[in-house]
Design a protein around this ligand. Structure first.
Ligand code: MG
Length: 289
């Protein structure tokens, strides 16, 4: 019996030493994470600026200026493109084309076969290309240049397009001094809404799209909320939170058919040698209520 006592007291000592030690380690680790976490190097939960004696915001979860509210992750912004040089993507973007290859893309069940040369991918009649990865709500950056000298007219001049979820097209076309139907011109939501203005550059010059696309929501087969697009063309807002009527149609009214929450992004081969560079995407989650 006596022999048990030292053993028991040893266990007790071990517990008394081990528990505070583990707690200390956990605290140090937490401190280290708080101090050195790359996502939020300024995080300091104690003494963080803010107020808790303020009214609750709608929803009742956070006070106005609540210091406990989760801080957004830190992102290193990218850099702007110049006519000669594509810019750099933000640090949290998925780069879909950086000028080297089309390995993030597929075509007809096989590799994408558009010509890649000099940091540029060019449509070459081998068919549409679509991303291997599927996306829902996204911010997309994309640059393209129209063939020069311009050839063809109306929808035959430098036609391509970016299809969100493979079916909602933002039109790519050379509409610099080129007449076509307004709901089919550059930056139109094809067959639905013309752009607010025509911000086209001359053929041969690099142009950009920055697009925020919100996927439609379905409950079973029923549409709960439509797709929505905000489009900046060469930095000019040309579609503002525009609700789409449905999936893109030609010579017909667009409509919705229920589909998965995420689907690949598609670029159109319309038979015109449109060139692309610097394509990246940032998937986005909708803000929690
Ligand atoms: Mg098109």
């Amino acid at each position: 019996m006596l022999s048990l006592n030292p053993s028991r007291s040893g266990r007790v000592r071990t517990v008394f030493v081990a528990v505070p030690a583990l707690a200390l380690l956990a605290t140090l680790e937490w401190r280290a994470q708080a101090l050195f976490a790359p996502a939020d190097p300024l995080a300091q939960d104690h003494g963080a600026p803010g107020y808790t004696d303020t009214p609750l915001l709608p929803g009742g979860k956070w006070h106005v200026h609540d210091p406990a509210r989760p801080r957004p992750p830190v992102v290193t912004p990218g850099s702007a493109s110049t006519p000669e040089q594509p810019g750099r993507a933000p640090s949290d973007a998925i780069v879909l084309f950086d000028g080297k290859d089309l390995s993030k893309w597929t075509s007809g069940g096989g590799p994408a076969k558009w010509k890649v040369e000099g940091g540029v991918a060019e449509v070459n009649g081998t068919g549409d290309v679509e991303t291997k990865e599927a996306f829902g709500d996204v911010q997309l950056h994309l640059e393209w240049a129209e063939p020069t000298p311009a050839q063809g007219e109306s929808q035959g001049r430098g036609n391509s397009g970016v299809f969100f979820m493979g079916q909602y097209e933002v039109q790519i076309l050379d509409c610099f001094e080129n007449l076509t139907y307004p709901d089919g011109q550059t930056a139109s939501l094809y067959g639905q809404y013309p752009p607010l203005v025509n911000a086209c550059r001359k053929p041969g010059e690099w142009q950009s799209y920055d697009i925020v696309f919100e996927a439609p929501r379905f409950d079973g087969g029923k549409l709960v909320s439509p797709a929505r697009a905000t489009v900046f063309h060469n930095g000019v807002c040309v579609q503002h939170a525009q609700e789409l009527l449905g999936a893109t149609q030609h010579r017909a009214v667009a409509n919705y058919a229920a589909h998965p929450a995420k689907l690949p992004l598609r670029l159109q081969d319309h038979g015109n040698p449109v060139r692309f560079r610097n394509i990246w995407v940032r998937p986005m989650e909708r803000r929690a209520p």
